[in-house]
Design a protein around this ligand. Structure first.
Ligand SMILES: [Zn+2]
Length: 324
């Protein structure tokens, strides 16, 4: 329980939250309740959550509010740190001050401006909670969710706000003009690269990323690349699940025709693992021999080539050695 003031949603906000809930449910997520939301001053929030002190990037939704989670105590099989469900705090004083600053620029009554800002910030923070905590096929982001992965997390949060705002003029203006920094490197404007994508595409990738996040040590940058890419979902699943790059090769997998072919081409196994270099080499070789007739496998290969670059460099010397 928090000593902060609970937030009371407006009717518009409640409608939009239900709309978000339906959107996520239709895409396989479980949303059976919403997070705790508070509306209090930044200083009061800091008293409850001292780690907030460092939280001060202006001109972003997270300057006016926060989704704050704590670390959990159940590391996963991959020994990633786990997290607990967070709460949302909207900073009343910062939202008021921000609204006053905008009066001169926006021809709307101050109360409407303030309501719009609060709403956009709420949707952004709800985006954090939905991407972090709502379960899809038994998986959420309890494990491996880190505040360091700014691009990925802010992309999901800003996109959620963008979807919820849904073209409403004042809210859109606030989000695009005042809560999306122009600075190209800002993680808060990366969502602009994704707004043309379907919600189904984005949400299926959210599930994919969370599912494989820990096991494959997906980086923030790689996750964003995945979000931008036109992917055939089953190819990515294939790449992740069958990629021998980081998977312990189980003996029954040798029955898989592809694995057999790879092994037949002189793959070496160290312990029960195949190294990345060998895998890239084998992929290159299989590609050179036109082994990949199947479109799914071709897509998988493209995916692999893209993300094996460092090791592929090493693989190139092997290709040379094997006269390909
Ligand atoms: Zn955020």
């Amino acid at each position: 329980m928090s000593g902060l003031k609970a937030y009371r949603f407006s009717a518009d906000e409640m409608n939009k939250m239900l709309w978000l809930k339906v959107l996520f449910i239709e895409n396989g997520f479980l949303v059976d309740r919403f997070p705790e939301v508070y509306y209090d001053t930044f200083n009061n929030a800091c008293k409850e959550y001292p780690q907030l002190e460092r939280h001060n990037e202006e001109g972003t939704p997270d300057y006016l509010g926060v989704y704050i989670f704590s670390s959990g105590d159940e590391p996963c099989l991959e020994k990633c740190s786990s997290t607990k469900e967070g709460v949302i705090i909207l900073f009343s004083d910062r939202i008021e001050a921000f609204s006053i600053n905008l009066i001169a620029e926006i021809a709307y009554p101050i109360l409407e401006i303030e309501n719009a800002i609060r709403e956009v910030v709420l949707y952004h923070e709800l985006g954090h909670w939905l991407s972090h905590w709502s379960v899809c096929a038994g998986v959420n982001w309890k494990c491996g969710y880190s505040s360091h992965d700014k691009i990925t997390h802010e992309a999901f949060a800003q996109l959620t706000a963008y979807w919820a705002v849904d073209g409403q003029p004042l809210n859109s203006l606030i989000l695009k003009q005042y809560l999306t920094p122009q600075r190209h490197t800002s993680p808060y404007n990366k969502y602009l690269d994704l707004i043309g994508k379907s919600k189904v595409d984005i949400l299926s990738k959210l599930h994919l990323l969370r599912k494989f996040w820990c096991e494959f040590r997906i980086s923030d940058e790689m996750a964003f690349e995945l979000l931008k890419m036109e992917l055939i979902e089953k190819c990515v699943s294939y790449a992740f699940e069958k990629s021998i790059r980081k998977i312990k090769l189980e003996s029954q997998m040798l029955n898989n025709e592809l694995a057999f072919q790879i092994l037949a081409m002189g793959w070496s196994i160290e312990g029960d693992k195949l190294t990345c270099i060998d895998y890239d080499f084998a992929l290159c070789k299989l590609f050179a021999l036109n082994y990949f007739q199947d479109d799914d496998l071709k897509e998988t290969l493209k995916f692999e080539k893209r993300y094996c670059s460092e090791d592929t460099q090493k693989g190139i010397s092997l290709i040379h050695r094997f006269d390909l």
